[in-house]
Design a protein around this ligand. Sequence first.
Ligand SMILES: [Zn+2]
Length: 183
Amino acid sequence: MEQEKIGTKATRSNIIETLYRRGYINGQQISITGLGENIIETLIRYSPEIIEVKLTRDLEEELDDIEEGKKGSDKVFNDVVEELKPILAKFKLSEVEIGKALSRAIKGRPSVGSNGACKVCNRDKIDGSVFCARHNIAYMNIEAGFQKWRYALGYQWREYLEKLSKNTGTGVYAKEIIKDIIG
Ligand SMILES: [Zn+2]
């Protein structure tokens, strides 16, 4: 959150605590749970605007403006309502679908209209990926890390994967993917 410049010191710890309590994240080295992933996946599909970092950042900047006396609270309130209206209207339209998707997630059942199995495990793969939601997130993290280390240390893809697989901080899902790639 700090990296994305959202939340204040006061709200961040509170948000993280709420995420733990609802079972969206777990562990000491905070990782997202299957339920958390399913919720994100559902929101990406039906209401990507809601999870956009920009929205939160905009709203917080507006709040700063009130605090610094740059804008009146009525003006900010009206702007925020106008910004949220179309997003919430769209969300409302998909309410039933969102509800169904989330209840499937909670029950842990495969989703309807499954389009094949994950390359690594037997869970349903998600659209536009060869992986299930968990392995897809793990793979995206592996790739993001590679971009960073390639420039910093000149690592090649395979060399990077080998190092990553031996690292104790690497998650289970990421290790499963690496094993699948390098054998
Ligand atoms: Zn998988």
